[in-house]
Design a protein around this ligand. Structure first.
Ligand SMILES: Nc1ncnc2c1ncn2[C@@H]1O[C@H](COP(=O)(O)OP(=O)(O)O)[C@@H](O)[C@H]1O
Ligand SMILES: O=P(O)(O)O[C@H]1O[C@H](CO)[C@@H](O[C@H]2O[C@H](CO)[C@@H](O)[C@H](O)[C@H]2O)[C@H](O)[C@H]1O
Length: 498
């Protein structure tokens, strides 16, 4: 089957792309869209599969996305949710419309078309500029069908049988993806806290920085549950448990125990440790796993002594982001002076620090609990940062701050979901949310320090600045991507700037 008429496709993609969860520029209109590369992966005749690289310009911002484009004469019902629209096959000169309309759709949802990706990786195939790779000393079982994950994601992941998960990066950045680079290095080092990497797909572009990573194939952890879901279950359980004060009955008190607010996070009153679904032991183990991964990252990529001048520059970078987000999100403005003061404190007290590769966008949705322990995922860094920023070494407490924020997020998210409550009930839940957050943050910090990570208590100003910087990032992220979530990070600012 001939490839679709590019003019019609460009028009359809301009309407379809902004509706996709993974499209990063939803807050700006598309100025121009063009197809930078098209590779026929399966000629068909029906269906056919094409790999597209699409360039999008929005004002001064240029971004690049990839798409697996399926084309069929008839679109079965199960593929209709991925429909992009009707296209005519390209004419002989590849421009004019010719023949009856065909259906163009997102082929990530079509197991018939995604199955060959696995076979290509196993064989180390090369199709046009696309290179399919198998990791050294790893096997890839072929013939498995893929089911796309339903999770809300920045990318699209396909689960092949129950053996592999293949993440198709949606937004492409020059060179090797930090996710592949870091996951592969840790997998080769047999780090127990990352899934094994089995293969990847890359594209030769001739640009500096080497081939662009298109996809990452990892071991699928079938029985794992993600940290966000586990944390929400624990908060829900704690919110629903009968009122008690942590004075010893119902299995308490935990207020004198190891997770009772070490590191200046004391809480009183409601005892979050007395609820059935207590998460603190898991939070402690997660802290320890994080310290182990930081240790393995330092071993694999090295450690750099960063002079105080660069630490000052980092604090000024935080200030710049604060001003940008404050300009775009009016609700942040009342907090700008206090947040700015925290960044100035780091700038004023700057000293040399040891930097290394870190996770970069660390939160409860990036960790899975398997039967044997915690596993870390998605070493891509924050989607809104430049590739150079994502790859740059940083202080490991940046990740600690990300996870501390995430405990706060889980409790606030559950709080926000309770609608209008009588004032007493609202006060009670607010106190419970604070108690749960304090307990789990303390447990995580304790586990991290005990396993050899830099002691969070010894770097209080730096950790606070990282947390505030993350909160500012989250406010921009939510304003752009999930406006109904904006109150979640905003409401925690009052506590954070106290
Ligand atoms: N190896 C794996 N085994 C099981 N589930 C996984 C694995 N990798 C990712 N997942 C699931 O897919 C979700 C999204 O993965 P992630 O790498 O964070 O993608 P994205 O970059 O698109 O956010 C995770 O939250 C997790 O639930
Ligand atoms: O898509 P990614 O996982 O790479 O990360 C982006 O999206 C995350 C949300 O899906 C966002 O995380 C924020 O929400 C989480 C709950 O959904 C919460 O656990 C995090 O603490 C909070 O930062 C992340 O910031 C963003 O980069």
């Amino acid at each position: 089957m001939a490839p679709p008429d590019p003019t019609a496709l460009v028009r359809l993609l301009s309407g379809w792309l902004p509706r996709q969860r993974w499209f990063g520029g939803k807050d700006r209109p598309i100025g121009a869209l063009s197809i930078a590369a098209a590779t026929e992966l399966l000629p068909g005749p029906d269906p056919s599969l094409h790999h597209l690289v699409v360039d999008v310009r929005q004002g001064a911002v240029a971004s690049r996305y990839q798409l697996l484009l399926g084309v069929r004469a008839d679109l079965p019902a199960h593929l209709r949710p991925g429909e992009i629209g009707p296209v005519a096959p390209a004419g002989p000169d590849c421009r004019g419309p010719a023949g009856p309309a065909l259906h163009a759709y997102d082929a990530a949802y079509d197991p018939e078309l995604t199955r060959p990706l696995l076979a290509h990786m196993a064989a180390g195939a090369e199709v046009g500029p696309l290179r399919f790779r198998r990791a050294p000393n790893r096997t890839i079982e072929t013939g498995l069908s893929a089911v796309p994950m339903s999770a809300e994601q920045s990318n699209t992941s396909l689960v092949f049988g129950d053996a592999y998960i293949c993440k198709l990066f949606r937004r492409l950045t020059p060179g090797v993806s930090p996710d592949l680079e870091v996951s592969f290095a840790l997998s080769e080092a047999h780090c127990a806290h990352v899934p094994a990497v089995h293969g990847w797909i890359e594209m030769e572009t001739g640009e500096a920085g080497g081939p662009v990573t298109l996809a990452l194939l990892s071991e699928y952890l079938r029985t794992a549950t993600d940290g966000w879901q586990l944390a929400l279950t624990s908060v829900r359980d704690w919110f629903a448990s009968p009122a008690h004060t942590g004075d010893g009955h119902r299995g308490g008190p935990h207020s004198g125990g190891p997770y009772s607010g070490t590191g200046g996070e004391a809480f009183t009153g409601a005892d979050a440790g007395a609820a059935g679904g207590d998460f603190a032991a898991e939070a402690g183990r997660l802290g320890a796993a994080t310290a182990t991964v930081h240790h393995d990252l330092a071993k694999a990529f090295g450690v750099t002594r960063v002079p105080a001048a660069d630490v000052r520059a980092m604090a000024r970078g935080m200030r710049r982001q604060l001003d940008e987000v404050g300009g775009a999100v009016p609700e942040l403005r009342p907090y700008v002076p206090a947040i700015g003061a925290a960044f100035e404190e780091v700038e004023a007290g700057a000293e040399d620090l040891l930097f290394q590769r870190v996770h970069g966008d660390y939160h409860l949705g990036q960790v899975l609990r398997t039967g044997t322990g915690w596993v870390l995922l998605d070493f891509e860094g924050e989607p809104a940062r430049t590739p150079a920023e994502r790859r740059a070494p940083s202080h490991p407490l940046r990740d600690v701050a990300g996870m501390l924020r995430s405990f706060e997020y889980a409790a606030r998210f559950m709080l926000a979901g309770n609608g209008d409550l009588p004032p007493d009930a609202e006060r009670d839940l607010e106190a419970r949310a604070r108690a749960w957050t304090a307990r789990n943050r303390a447990a995580f910090r304790g586990g991290y320090a005990a396993a050899g990570g830099p002691d969070p208590a010894g770097h209080a100003a730096l950790l606070r600045a990282f947390e505030l910087d993350k909160a500012v990032y989250e406010i921009r992220y939510e304003a752009r991507n999930r406006p109904s979530w904006l109150p979640v990070p905003l409401r925690s600012l009052a506590d954070l700037v106290r």
